[in-house]
Design a protein around this ligand. Structure first.
Ligand code: NAD
Ligand code: ZN
Ligand code: ZN
Length: 383
């Protein structure tokens, strides 16, 4: 089959690789019908997350069941399914508590309680050796472990592009808003107007927000937030977003601030130089702004990915009495509810797709999405 293989930072290629096989009684093999590139793939692409050996990337995908192992009784050949990006067993201590990204069984080599650079949580599709070393879905076919637990059948009549993003960005934006405890009348500030930020904005409205303030540094991404999400926008390349948010909230700050930027936030040379001295990876600039822009007693969620320790404004978090939550989203826990919202037309991500390309053009798609070229917002790859 053909697949997108990561070789080294900025070097991804579409290559002929062996077809995946059933390796375990709970596996399925899917023929991929649509896959996307996530902002999290960019951390591998840009070398922030190490991947020493070639690996098939992609954790946002859907497809048609080709083959199932003997213990997968809920799926049959020909079923159309969408697959949550974490690989979870469904029976361990964490899975039973709806904390599937912390599954104790899907990442035996690198799992551990520490959360240190060598002790990770459960496995993720196409997301480095540290997260289980599983091949991803930017490919003609993909092996899905624990296929009796993760994949959800897609109702007839729901298009691939409507269903696909239930694997990641829709549940991710939703998780951020839930974790902040957003409720009726709240003002929610979302830093980052990439796909995850846009979904967080939509989820905020669905949770009854009175006002949503969207922050980014790229005018075309802010235009998406205004046009598709009805958010107020703040261009952080021109004004101080913290001041702007305080001005819109009677000086108090937002009830909830969501960091949908992560460690690759654009930052200046001074911070880069300091990073070299302190061995810090990337920047916590967006998270810092989210903490500063939150009101006393408010909530902050880092849904953007961070991979290393950092110089952190703990004093401010304490003084303001903030609730703080971070981590990989929990798609298994909310995908069924979100599938209903997607079927009812209340939630969608298909309208943010700017690039539809064959899998063979995946390297070009990576460049466009990473470098924010051609007003790229979201890519759909068709094997
Ligand atoms: P993206 O790269 O398309 O979006 C990031 C946005 O942040 C861009 O629009 C960029 O212009 C903006 N930005 C950069 N620096 C900024 C700054 N200083 N201030 C404000 N905005 C700034 O990526 P995405 O797909 O939307 O993903 C966003 C983040 O969410 C990534 O870190 C990704 O890894 C993470 N993510 C996390 C989960 C999870 O489970 N926690 C799931 C999916 C994605
Ligand atoms: Zn992702
Ligand atoms: Zn588990």
């Amino acid at each position: 089959m053909k697949a997108l293989v990561f070789h080294k930072p900025k070097d991804v290629r579409v290559e002929e690789v062996p077809d995946p096989r059933i390796q375990h009684v709970r596996d399925a093999v899917l023929r991929v019908t649509a896959a996307s590139i996530c902002g999290s793939d960019l951390h591998i692409y840009n070398g922030y997350l190490p991947q020493p050996a070639p690996m098939i990337l992609g954790h946002e995908f859907m497809g048609v069941v080709e083959e199932v192992g003997p213990r997968v009784s809920n799926l049959r050949r020909g079923d159309r399914v969408v697959v949550p990006f974490p690989i979870a067993c469904g029976v361990c201590w964490f899975c039973r508590r709806d904390l599937q990204t912390h599954c104790e069984q899907s990442n035996p080599k690198h799992y551990g309680p520490d959360g240190s650079p060598t002790q990770k949580g459960g496995g993720l599709f196409g997301y480095t050796e540290l997260y289980g070393g599983y091949a991803g879905g930017q490919a003609d076919y993909v092996r899905v472990p624990f296929a009796d637990y993760g994949p959800r059948k897609v109702p007839e009549g729901l298009s691939d592009e409507r269903a696909l993003f239930l694997s990641d960005i829709i549940p991710t934006g939703w998780s951020a808003v839930e974790w902040c405890g957003v409720s009726g009348g709240d003002t929610v500030a979302v830093f980052g107007c990439g796909p995850v930020g846009l979904m967080a904005q939509r989820a905020a409205w669905l949770h009854g927000a009175r006002r949503v303030i969207a922050v980014d540094i790229l005018p075309y991404r802010l235009a998406f937030a205004k046009r598709l999400c009805g958010s107020d926008t703040v261009d952080a390349s021109r004004v101080d977003p913290v001041e702007a948010i305080r001005q819109l909230t009677a000086g108090r700050g937002a009830d909830a601030c969501i960091d949908a930027v992560g460690m690759e936030a654009q930052h200046g040379w001074l911070e880069s130089a300091k990073n070299i001295l302190t061995a810090q990876v990337g920047s916590i600039r967006a998270l810092r702004a989210a903490i500063r822009a939150a009101r006393r007693g408010g909530a902050v969620c880092a849904i953007g990915v961070y991979g290393a320790d950092a110089d952190f404004p703990l004093g401010e978090v304490f003084e303001k009495g903030l609730r703080l939550r971070a981590g990989q989203a929990l798609p298994h826990a909310c995908i069924d509810q979100l599938l209903e919202l997607v079927c009812d037309g209340k939630m969608r991500a298909d309208d943010i797709v700017t690039h539809r390309l064959p899998l063979s053009e995946a390297p070009r798609a990576y460049r466009a999405f990473n470098d924010k070229l051609e007003q790229c917002m979201k890519v759909v790859l068709r094997p």
